[in-house]
Design a binder for this molecule. Structure first.
Ligand code: RB5
Length: 145
């Protein structure tokens, strides 16, 4: 199950992502918003990220104008490792090396053809584990976390 959320600036990217996930026969839960009226990205990104952190959803895909805001919000949630990706290589490496469980995207920065490639790569690339697992585990054991 993939958690989806955006703000107004990421709404169209979220809707296109839903069509892609339908095509891939992957289930998703849409945490909103339901239109392009101006809204605040923390309200939606936090709810979706919590669904990933709690295990209710396996992964999440978030979008705002730049991807920066939703990424910042998602990374405040325990258990979430969000990666803001602007290239195919970042998407692949965020899975291989960081085991990213949330993908943050910028709806105003990416055209759909690149966003689609990023999402497909991110969904189909596996974590390499090994030395990268040691490092990822350390993320969740930082003092105060
Ligand atoms: C909204 O104008 C914009 O600030 C927001 O979508 C996002 O880019 C914030 O990081």
């Amino acid at each position: 199950m993939i958690a989806l959320a955006s703000d107004h600036a990421g709404f169209r990217l979220k809707e296109k992502t839903k069509a892609l996930l339908d095509e891939l026969h992957l289930e998703y839960e849409d945490f909103g918003p339901d239109g392009e009226r101006p809204c605040d990205y923390p309200d939606y990104a936090y709810t979706a990220a919590k669904a990933v952190g709690s295990g209710r959803c396996d992964r999440g895909i978030l979008a705002c104008g730049t991807g920066i805001g939703v990424d910042m919000v998602a990374n405040k949630v325990d258990g979430v490792r969000s990666a803001l990706c602007t290239s195919l290589e970042m998407a692949e490496l965020s899975r291989k090396h960081n085991d990213a469980n949330v993908l943050s995207l910028g709806g105003r920065l990416l055209d759909w053809s690149l966003a689609e490639k990023i999402i497909r790569a991110w969904l189909s690339t596996s974590f390499e584990g090994g030395r990268h697992k040691v490092r990822v585990d350390k993320i969740h054991n930082l003092s105060g976390h």
